[in-house]
Design a protein around this ligand. Structure first.
Ligand code: CP
Length: 322
């Protein structure tokens, strides 16, 4: 691997000794201390780059490959920007235009990209465990950018960073994840991360999309948004992931929206300082109405900017261990 340039590194703190991970596969694997290391590094890099706009050269000489086997707007572009903000080169791999269609295996494809002197691969795949499998078959660092319904660790981290920026701490805060919990990798990463930092987590949605088994992980389960709403400090409104469902989990979108959409009427019953978050993409009129999505409590676009900060932090921390 190319030695990372130290130019620009003097402006930011050294990587803490407690960081030893070569891969980021899920928040289930990180301790509270490691999560705080990522959050603190992200906050520092956000500041040092003037809000994720300016460039540093702390990762010059490194090459990051974005390997996306599933569509993405936020994750792909923000990993790409994060790498370039830190001075790394990027390789954009798209499954649809690759030689996978000619019969090459996933592992051969990954080894081929790695042989182009790639240091870290960012992997999104519809099959859970794909980043884990690749981490055992290539030598470079692997970041899970979403593996099916399993985990999306950088999304969980950017959600938590956004809450921390607005509320100072996660300790004792009540955060409700609302919607399609069953098919949501964002929900799983949020649950692991939020619980480790001391938040009270509620999962809420129709019983066909919210398993009672989440109680085994210390999470409150609710089937009524109206019941839990007055207690919530933060709502994370999840998209219904029809592409991962084999049967309709509720009679109609209209009925879902009546029971679970965050709208003007429900906002009037929420805490005065409630934070409205969503991983995106949002479906206006389904889990959120436009006035709430674009209203003063919404931090959805702050989350997008923080996505660059978190991904800069993850790349810097992992690069130190390659
Ligand atoms: N939140 C999220 O992962 O968005 P993309 O699918 O656009 O990357």
């Amino acid at each position: 691997m190319a030695e990372p340039s130290t130019e620009g590194a003097s402006q930011i703190s050294p990587v803490p000794d407690n960081w030893t991970k070569r891969h980021l596969l899920g928040l289930e694997d990180l301790s509270a201390e490691e999560i705080n290391t990522v959050l603190d590094t992200a906050a520092e890099l956000k500041e040092a780059t003037g809000g994720c706009k300016d460039k540093l050269s702390v990762l010059s000489g490194l090459t990051i490959s974005n390997m996306f086997f599933e569509n993405s707007t936020r994750t792909r572009n923000s990993f790409s920007l994060a790498a370039r903000r830190l001075g790394a080169d990027t390789v954009e791999f798209s499954a649809g235009t690759s030689s996978l269609s000619k019969g090459e295996t996933l592992i051969d494809t990954a080894k081929t990209i790695e042989a182009m002197n790639v240091d870290i691969m960012v992997v999104r795949h519809h099959t859970p465990g794909t980043p884990h499998m690749l981490s055992q078959n290539v030598d470079c660092g692997i970041v899970n950018a979403g593996d099916g319904p399993h985990e999306h660790p950088t999304q969980g981290l950017l959600d938590i960073l956004t809450i921390r920026e607005h509320r100072g701490s996660l300790e004792g805060k009540t955060v409700a994840l609302v919607g399609d919990i069953t098919h949501s990798r964002t929900a799983r990463s949020n649950i692991w991360g939020l619980k480790k930092l001391g938040a009270h987590v509620i999962v809420c949605g129709p019983s066909t999309l919210v398993s009672k088994h989440w109680e085994d992980y210390g999470v409150e389960v609710s089937y009524s948004l109206d019941d839990i709403l007055p207690r919530c400090d933060v709502l994370n409104l999840l998209r219904i992931q029809f592409e991962r469902q084999y049967t309709r989990p509720f009679p109609s979108i209209r009925e879902y929206a009546l029971l679970y959409a965050m709208n003007k009427t429900r906002m009037a019953r929420a805490k005065d300082d409630i934070l409205i978050t969503a991983p995106g993409p949002i479906n206006r009129g389904v889990e959120i109405t436009p006035d709430v999505a674009d209203g003063p409590h919404s931090v959805i676009l702050n989350q997008v900017t923080n996505g660059i900060a978190i991904r800069m932090a993850v790349l810097r921390l992992l690069a130190s261990q390659q």
